[in-house]
Design a protein around this ligand. Sequence first.
Ligand code: AMP
Length: 360
Amino acid sequence: MIVGIIGGGQLARMLALAGHPLGVRCLFLDPAPDACARSVGTLLIGHYDNPRFLDRIATEADVVTYEFENVPASSLKYLAPRIAVRPGVEAIEVARDRWHEKQLFAELGIPTPPFAAVDTFEDLEAAVATMGLPAVLKTRTLGYDGKGQRVLRAASDLAAAFALLSGVPLILEGWVPFVREVSVIAVRGLQGETRFYPLSENIHQGGVLVQSMSRDRDPVTAMAQDYAQRLLGRLHYVGVLALELFQVGDQLLANEMAPRVHNSGHWTIEGAQTSQFENHMRAILGLPLGSTEALAHTAMVNFVGHLPDPSKVLSVPGTHLHVYDKNPRPGRKLGHATVRADDADSLSQALGQLRSLSHC
Ligand code: AMP
């Protein structure tokens, strides 16, 4: 079986590694010659809309998937009449535009922070007058890991933030005084069978995920799963979907969805019966899904900008290291570590050690 993957970053790499024991080979399309999936499959070096390579994928692969939401929808539409694209084109069209995404959440009765489309400075002033401050001004498309957004705290911040981000469609969101951030990772098979992983509790710094912890039987699990279920059904979804949520009091507000495997689900590689990567492969290939049950208390720490000494990381009890084979750059995700423990205290002790290694 051959899976075509649009994108050749670490998510594509971990998908290919999970597919390998199932006899799956991967074809990646990525413009970067050093895309880090290159060592675990065949890398086609070209832009995401390169017709020659899209034709090759349509001819050689059995199914196509993608590892990020900024894939041009036109590429998927080009492929769709000739090869199964899973998840479908609509999931990308929704997820790549924060406005469409929030509209869909609202249509499905999934609560969100207040939001308004902003095209002109007058739109921004009107939205701030309604919503108040603080608020966050974000580009509707192409933003990730906190890029393409500015927090507005005072009226004097509006002009500079608008000057920096305008030129593309924007969205203003009310600032959410959340008690914590969580995400739910769901997987839906070809016949509609759906499974959920235990909730992930996430910590971001500067918009970048730095830590996720699995939360078996978390009190807000049912609510998060209900919201994810509405999206899966509406989009006739096949594959893994992540829904990121803010918790305010005992309520959840949807921040964004990712129609793909997600960083907050990396802990599932060692921490669940079947990883999110294997289950995504199973789903898009029409295979039965694997159990999403947790094996232990598990947490994940990202290594952003630099990789700590592997011998120090692996000396933390219960730890597994994943190195993505990428050139270091400030702000770039270079690897992660997962730690598993029998009880919450041992987990938090190991996590503290890993977090301090991630800083030095
Ligand atoms: P995003 O790229 O929209 O997921 O934003 C990255 C991170 O920035 C989120 O995970 C939050 O930690 C923070 N953030 C984004 N939007 C808001 C908001 N409206 N209120 C509070 N924090 C936010």
